[in-house]
Design a binder for this molecule. Structure first.
Ligand code: ATP
Ligand code: MG
Length: 352
């Protein structure tokens, strides 16, 4: 780092007051976080925010969605195809500038209709080191600047989604200071809430200043589709689904873990599950497509022939439509869960 912020002494009380002042602008901020890598944080951030923006655009709504990448790996930029967009992706320079008090956040506008992105990349490795190198009060000041920078954009958005890195506590704290809700994704082969243990310290530190942040739930990511059975209910004639095998086992285990951790009863294991499909996932990241866009691509009549010619994996349009439907269901459940929690909180305030 060549520049540094002036030596400012921000007291903890002043910090809390500054954060309280911007909190009303940060009501619908959702963070995907897990202490370990490869749990689906980035795929969920890209596809939930992208799917929501697509639904808003289809409904001719003027409401907008912002996705913020807080990870030096830059995977979100790959997923939404901004990573190599010259003059657009700044590799995290604007996030560094906001922390240092000499710039504002870079927003890549109209990545898709109704959808904007704050990019980042390798500069965030430097940013994390910089934050660690500061004394407590200057570090707090830098963190506050980031929260205020996000809040200054927030009036333009109905929803803000943030992608967090797996291991970097300084960046996790930044995300948790901004967030209203956080969601922990878990993958089938490491399906325990160890992911929460990995962020417990960051959460404790953030909660001192962000009293609004709450754990919304756990989402099961990349689980085999074969473990879900669709059947017609004999009594009602309705089409229903039933989970079996690994999905059912792990759902039960996660619910038990939530009880063991004495999590707030509102913390849920999302009913929606993201199914496993590595070829679609790889295609999406390689080509900068959302899953719903991969489904569109695979429905093209020349898809199979062209993919085979290029010696690329071929997935069926049905498989991609199925995965896109998982993201649609999850996004709808996420939105309705947050709305229900907001309504509960409003009732609680009225009754107090
Ligand atoms: N539905 C899916 N089925 C199987 N694999 C998937 C699926 N979606 C994404 N993946 C792959 O799983 C890996 C991890 O996904 P992702 O990058 O979203 O996780 P992450 O938690 O952000 O990882 P990191 O901790 O490295 O940031 C990636 O290689 C991605 O391509
Ligand atoms: Mg990631």
């Amino acid at each position: 780092m060549t520049r540094s912020i002036p030596n400012i002494s921000t007291s903890r009380a002043q910090a809390r007051a500054r954060l309280e002042a911007v909190r009303p602008y940060l009501k619908r901020v959702v963070l995907f976080i897990n202490g370990k890598g490869g749990a689906g944080k980035t795929s969920l951030t890209a596809n939930s925010s992208g799917t929501l923006a697509r639904a808003l655009s289809t409904a001719n709504s003027s409401r907008r969605v912002l996705a913020i990448q807080l990870d030096h790996q830059g995977d979100l930029g790959l997923d939404v195809n901004t990573r190599y967009a010259e003059g657009l992706d700044d590799d995290g320079a604007s996030i560094r500038a906001t922390l240092m008090g000499n710039g504002s956040l870079k927003v890549i506008r109209d990545v898709r209709p109704n959808f904007d992105v704050v990019p980042s990349g390798s500069i965030l490795t430097e940013v994390a080191g910089y934050l660690k190198s500061l004394d407590t009060k200057n570090r707090l000041e830098a963190r506050l600047r980031f929260v205020e920078a996000v809040a200054s954009l927030a009036h333009e958005y109905d929803w803000i989604f943030i992608d967090c890195p797996p291991g970097d506590q300084e960046l996790q704290i930044l995300g948790l200071l901004v967030a209203r809700w956080f969601v922990i994704p878990v993958v089938f082969d490491k399906a325990s809430l160890y992911g929460l243990e990995g962020v417990a310290d960051a959460l404790e530190e953030a909660e001192e200043f962000n009293t609004a942040v709450q754990w919304l739930g756990v989402v099961m990511f990349a689980f085999e589709r074969k473990d879900v059975r669709t059947y017609v209910d004999a009594a009602s004639g309705e089409v229903k689904t039933q989970e079996g095998g690994q999905r059912a086992r792990i759902r039960k285990k996660l619910k038990m873990e939530l009880e063991r951790l004495e999590a707030d009863p509102g913390v849920k294991v999302f009913k929606s599950v993201i199914s496993y499909n590595r070829s679609i996932a790889e295609d999406c990241r390689d080509y900068g497509r959302l899953v719903v866009e991969a489904a569109d691509a695979a429905s093209h009549p020349d898809w199979r022939k062209e993919r085979q010619r290029q010696q690329l994996s071929v997935f069926t349009s049905d498989a991609a439509t199925g995965l896109a439907a998982d993201y649609e269901q999850f996004t709808a459940e996420l939105v309705s869960t947050i709305r229900a929690r907001e309504a509960d909180a409003a009732r609680a305030t009225e009754n107090s």
